[in-house]
Ligand binder design. Structure first.
Ligand code: PLP
Length: 373
């Protein structure tokens, strides 16, 4: 048996996307910017796809830029919002490296940057956020759901705060671990930019998007053919966009959410090895951390891998680096961080699969603990 528990890293693509790929690569393969009837047909389908994504985001206005991944969406969001002048830029300390590393670069380049700390549940500390917002705030970036802990930020509260303290500021949300996982609607949240990535919700790799409430607020970053409102020049990944829409069609996020709550309950109920601590920050049911007291997380990852249980050590992009910036920020002790692994579920796992995985985890941990003690 194999049980894949690293779904925050990536998910298995729906089989139905393969047919869509074939159709838009080999049959309806035309360049949407060309002038033939066939090409214009493809262009219309992209416009339709944009409307469909807006609908799934619950947005009543705005546009969607189709990108190559959420890293690109995040870069467009932050860098496209930079302006010269006496402006301030605000980032939560919990951001994914594709946002956080930009904030570090901006500091080096002389921009005024505020990094807002996290509370003990891993969410951005709203009181500390309120304290730094002012009329010079140009841009705020707060992720929807933490890819490390599953902590869910209160976007309603944060957007209300923005409207109160700096209504002209741009609020960007990295929604990679939220979109299609946590039921929400952009209709009730004043978010200006929202990033997402298809491979996190059973779509293909190499396609993502950026919701843009007001196109005029974004600067053009690369020059080219002027596609996608001149904000993302380059021929669109037509097949990727259509496959992403197929994945959206196949997901009912409310149903999936409820199923994952159930899966997590079953999984946790079978974890019982002495010294194994479940670190659930009470946010998204899709993610939790396990602490294997006395044994390195990395040792557990490899040992479990050999038995068919695939887990993660946090952000796939940073998992090769020592330590964990986010777990440190929320006050976990060094030995807890070294001993932790990230578990992330999907809605299509069976009860038997997660029961088997939890029992295997207990067994492997006890065996290794005995050897190292
Ligand atoms: N933001 C978050 C919260 C993520 O979890 C990830 C991927 O792990 C990314 C951004 C980057 O996504 P992509 O792989 O599409 O660039």
């Amino acid at each position: 048996m194999v049980c894949y528990l690293d779904n925050a890293g990536t998910t298995k693509m729906f089989e139905q996307c393969v047919e869509v790929h074939h159709s838009f690569s080999c049959d309806n393969f035309y360049n949407p910017s060309a002038l033939s009837e066939q090409a214009m047909g493809v262009s219309k389908l992209i416009s339709k796809a944009e409307k469909y994504v807006l609908q799934r985001l619950g947005a009543s206005e705005g546009n969607v830029l189709f990108t190559g991944c959420a890293t690109e969406s995040n870069n467009i969001a932050v860098k496209g919002s930079l302006r010269s002048g006496n402006w301030e830029y605000v980032f939560s300390a919990g951001e994914h490296p594709s946002v956080f590393n930009i904030s570090k670069k901006l500091e080096l380049d002389g921009f005024k940057v505020h990094i807002v700390p996290l509370d003990e549940a891993g969410r951005v500390d709203v009181a500390r956020l309120e304290a730094v917002l002012n009329e010079r705030t140009r841009f705020i970036s707060v992720m929807h759901v933490s890819n490390e802990t599953g902590a869910v930020n209160d976007l309603v509260k944060i957007s209300n705060l923005k409207n109160k303290k700096c209504p002209k500021a741009v609020l960007h949300v990295d929604g990679v671990q939220g979109f299609m996982k946590i039921p929400f609607s952009l209709r009730s949240i004043a978010v200006d930019l929202y990033s997402f990535s298809a491979h996190k919700f059973h779509g293909p790799k190499g396609v993502g998007g950026l919701y843009v409430r007001n196109k005029g607020a974004l600067k053009e970053l690369f020059q080219g053919g002027g596609q996608q409102y001149t904000l993302r020049s380059g021929t669109e990944n037509v097949s990727g966009i259509m496959q992403m829409c197929k994945a959206l069609e196949l997901i009912d996020e409310k149903e999936n959410f409820e199923r994952v709550v159930e899966i997590k309950k079953i999984f946790n109920s079978f974890l019982g090895a002495d010294g194994l601590i479940v670190k659930d920050f009470g946010g998204s049911p899709y993610i939790e951390n396990l602490i294997f007291s006395g044994v390195k997380g990395e040792t557990m990852l490899h040992a479990l891998n050999q038995k068919g249980v695939i887990v993660g050590l946090g952000s796939a992009c940073s998992s090769k680096k020592a330590g964990n910036r986010i777990l440190e920020k929320i006050g976990l002790a060094k030995d807890e961080i070294i001993s932790s692994v990230r578990i992330s579920f999907n809605a299509y796992m069976t009860d038997e699969e997660v029961e088997w995985a939890a029992k295997t985890i207990n067994k492997v941990y006890l065996e290794i603990k005995e050897k190292v003690s």
